[in-house]
Design a binder for this molecule. Structure first.
Ligand code: SF4
Length: 337
């Protein structure tokens, strides 16, 4: 993947807050309405054919970002540009047509498959919704084709989700996402609910599908080794913000943000187990109900300076195709301190 490919998807200043509207109880008790700041001014682009890996702790906003850019959750503000169209401006009918190109593979394949429908019905449903088949036999033919391409058999079509293993169910989830021939797929922790022995098979399948179908992925995971294996570029997320982003090799071999360094330090180094120094973070991820001021990482950062709690750092280039948002990279600030 070259850095000169055109962006397929551009996200600009995307914000997603939940709540914030006063309830009756808020009004009666004169309480401030609760607001969860899930995403704060997130900007990035994904080039056609690449895999952008999105990494961060549970609760940092990764899945919210994946769902918001597909408008499964409505954004609070910001732009989501897909091939020149701002999809935040589309009405329901236009968005339905757009969904053909934008699909998602969910984390928990069991929870996302309707237990009362057969696999043929689950996988074929979107063909019906989009009016892409005229007859039942045409639909079945297309379902057989996609089911076989993900490693299942036509004989499986009339079974129900509970009759499959976890890995098989995720293959069904992938078939459902790909049957409309999308261009862009959000893979939302697609292997984290699976046994380790099955994870590699599903990762391999996603890789093969990407090559065969010229797909572009946003691959969400909390596992940095999976992200490192699959991604052309990596974005590191902390409390609803991207704190570091760049080419995978650059970010993983030369991380610049203290949070990225701490994530990488937790990965065991099999060659040098003695030499690896773990950066342990104090405390838990702060609540998005009341995020810290300035740099949101300052409550846990081992390198925090007085300025960090007051001023939010801006993203700066630290290497070709590699940016981070940390005051330690602001040469003027560090020399003045
Ligand atoms: Fe740590 Fe300050 Fe950098 Fe934030 S801006 S990561 S608190 S050094």
């Amino acid at each position: 993947m070259t850095s000169t490919s055109a962006p397929l998807l551009t996200v600009k200043n995307l914000v997603k807050h939940y709540g914030g509207q006063p309830t009756l109880l808020d009004t009666l008790t004169k309480r401030k309405p609760v607001q969860i700041q899930a995403l704060n001014s997130v900007s990035f682009d994904i080039r056609k054919g690449e895999t952008l890996g999105l990494i961060g702790e549970s609760g940092c906003g990764k899945s919210t970002l994946g769902r918001t850019i597909l408008r499964l959750h409505e954004p609070t503000s910001g732009e989501i540009n897909f091939q020149g169209t701002d999809i935040t401006a589309l009405d329901t009918t236009q968005m339905k047509a757009m969904r053909q190109h934008l699909q998602i593979v969910f984390q928990d394949p069991y929870a996302s498959l309707n237990p009362r429908r057969t696999i043929a019905e689950i996988v074929g449903l979107s063909l019906q919704i989009h009016g892409l088949v005229k007859t039942k036999s045409e639909m079945r033919d297309k379902v057989v084709e996609i089911i076989e391409s993900v490693g299942l058999k036509a004989a499986h079509l009339d079974r129900y989700a509970h009759q499959f293993s976890g890995g098989q169910r995720q293959r069904i989830g992938i078939a459902r996402a790909l049957i409309l021939n999308p261009q862009f797929v959000v893979c939302d922790e697609p292997v984290s609910a699976l046994d380790v022995s099955i994870q590699a098979q599903i990762i391999q399948l996603l890789n093969e599908m990407k090559k065969q179908r010229d797909l572009t992925y946003l691959f969400i995971s909390h596992d940095i080794s999976v992200i490192g294996y699959l991604s052309d570029r990596v974005a590191v997320m902390y409390l609803g913000e991207i704190v570091e982003m760049g080419d995978t090799e650059s970010v993983l071999s030369n991380p610049r943000h203290p949070y990225t360094k701490s994530l990488l330090s937790a990965v065991p180094d099999i060659d040098n187990p003695e030499r690896k120094q773990r950066i342990r973070l104090s405390g838990d991820l702060p609540s998005p109900l009341n995020p810290p001021s300035g740099c949101k990482f300052h409550t846990r950062c081992p390198f925090a300076m007085p300025v960090c709690s007051k001023i939010a750092p801006q993203s700066v280039n630290v290497a070709p195709n590699h940016q981070t948002a940390c005051h330690l990279e602001d040469k003027n600030l560090v020399s003045a301190a």
